[in-house]
Design a protein around this ligand. Structure first.
Ligand code: PDD
Length: 286
């Protein structure tokens, strides 16, 4: 039975109750984060908290928690849930009013909820054991125009993810009306062509992924690899030698099938191995 946190109290998940008038429930009016934690050590903690604070500010929720308070909460949750490889989920909604009315109510307290869930034990990257890689379906991005906000209103993402799931894919690669790559329904995307790595520009069409940023910084450190942040056409994606998806729970995952066709030679690529090895070194040495 997992232990969760709700509005200041730790409790078994079965005992956590919120009002049906909570705006998180009624409107998806909230911000969330997922922070990877390996045996008590979090990856990218500061970036996650900064992004959450940016999101709260963007939608006008006032919650003055210090970075230390969040850190203590994450540590407690990890300890109370076995301190293994965990995703720490943080969720702040605008709170519960006494009626359903779209405008922001005044004088209500935000609801703060947090839980931990198991994520796979990280392995050393290895071409022999990585498996076949991910299969992706591509489709036009039909979400809203504020994808930089990590909102709990995820129906747009959920519908895209479901579309891929029903087609037997692991994730869905999204492109805009101009046929330019945005991201995936729950991950960012990188492509590799002739040894050069590229990822979409960080704008309102994508979530500023913490893993994305870490990957760019780690790979370009000491000139190890070149990563371009630029507009990428769907055509380039289809002709890429390698495609990767990144997220806090997947880290850097190689993609070998796109819409049923092999990516490059259809095998997990050598640049992925180099990138995943550098990421893994970073992760275990912080
Ligand atoms: N998803 N883009 C979208 C739309 C996402 O939902 C996520 C993360 C990412 C990757 O961001 P990060 O590297 O900070 O995890 C990109 C989380 C894990 C989720 O919703 O479960």
């Amino acid at each position: 039975m997992s232990t969760v946190f709700l509005n200041g109290t730790y409790m078994p998940v079965e005992e956590a109750k919120i009002s049906p008038l909570d705006r998180g429930f009624l409107f998806g009016d909230g911000i969330y984060e997922v922070i990877p934690s390996y045996f008590g050590q979090m990856v990218g903690f500061e970036g996650h908290i900064n992004r959450m604070n940016d999101g709260l500010k963007a939608i006008g929720i006032e919650l003055n928690w210090s970075e230390n308070q969040w850190h203590r909460l994450c540590e407690e949750l990890s300890n109370k849930n076995g301190a293994g490889p965990l995703g720490i989920y943080l969720h702040v909604s605008r709170g519960a009013d006494n009626k359903r009315f779209h405008a922001f109510p005044k004088h209500i307290e935000p609801t703060v909820f947090a839980m931990a869930f198991e994520i796979p034990i990280p392995k050393q990257p290895d071409l022999a054991t990585v498996g076949k890689g991910y299969a992706l379906t591509s489709t036009e991005d039909l979400r809203w125009q504020r994808c930089q906000i990590k909102s709990t209103a995820l129906l747009g993402n959920v519908l895209h993810f479901q579309q891929g799931y029903e087609a037997g894919s692991h994730e869905v690669l999204l492109y805009n009306r101009q046929h330019e790559l945005t991201e995936a329904s729950a991950s960012n995307i990188f492509i590799v062509k002739d040894g050069v790595i590229a990822t979409s520009v960080q704008d309102n069409q994508i979530l500023p992924g913490i893993t994305r940023r870490l990957v760019i910084d780690i790979l370009t450190e000491h000139g190890a690899l070149t990563v371009e942040e630029r507009t990428i056409t769907l055509n380039e994606v289809r002709n890429a030698d390698e495609i990767w998806i990144t997220s806090s729970s997947k880290e850097i995952a190689p993609v070998t099938l796109l819409d049923g066709s092999p990516v490059g030679d259809g095998k997990v690529g050598p640049v992925w191995l180099k990138a995943a090895t550098l990421y893994s070194k970073y992760k275990f040495n912080y």
